[in-house]
Design a protein around this ligand. Structure first.
Ligand code: FES
Length: 180
């Protein structure tokens, strides 16, 4: 039976051997250690990849490049496998988000109630497109596909709080809040 310390050590070595886009050795070691803690919490679960990716994003606010080989090695997958799953789901970020995260619903009910026009206005006012962060780091704009608030379409979520029945007034309030 492989000892936990040996398992952890082998993954740390693998991560460094892979040379995964290191920023500084210290930052990379910290990312590796925190990723390993998430992996350890979920590796016995059935279908552990998604919970691990969620856990890593919760830890860092995004999925650092350095975390990919750590996860891949632990789950006996290739880094491409892990990246493929990560990039398939809109929930996962490859870069740190801004101070605020604004998710705008783009699913059917919200589309039928004018979410395209809301998106256009937000893009213009914030000066960014979906999946971009404002230059001043104030806000990241992301699409989301149903917030479970269809009865109040069009809907958004700002820093985890849902906002329904978006209209021009609410859009202006949101923009003022993220810029405050
Ligand atoms: S479709 Fe937008 S909240 Fe459900």
């Amino acid at each position: 039976m492989i000892k936990k310390e040996n398992f952890v050590l082998s993954i740390v070595k693998f991560a460094f051997r892979e040379g995964a886009a290191l920023t500084t050795p210290q930052a990379s070691t910290e990312i590796t250690a925190k990723t390993l803690a998430v992996v350890e919490a979920w590796r016995e679960a059935e279908g552990p990849l998604l919970p691990i990716l969620h856990g890593v994003q919760e830890e860092f606010g995004y999925i650092p490049n350095e975390a990919l080989p750590v996860i891949a090695n632990a789950l006996n997958l290739s880094r491409a496998d892990v990246y493929g799953v990560m990039s398939f789901y809109h929930d996962f970020r490859e870069r740190p988000a801004g101070r605020h995260v604004l998710k705008l619903c783009q699913a059917e009910s919200c589309q039928a109630m004018g979410s395209d026009a809301v998106a256009e206005k937000l893009r213009k006012l914030l000066g960014i497109d979906f999946n971009e962060t404002a230059k001043d780091g104030s806000v990241t704009l992301e699409p989301v596909y149903c917030l479970g608030l269809c009865a109040c379409s069009p809907s958004a979520m700002l820093d985890g709080e849902v906002i329904g029945r978006l209209d021009e007034g609410k859009v202006n309030e949101i923009v003022a809040e993220v810029r405050a």
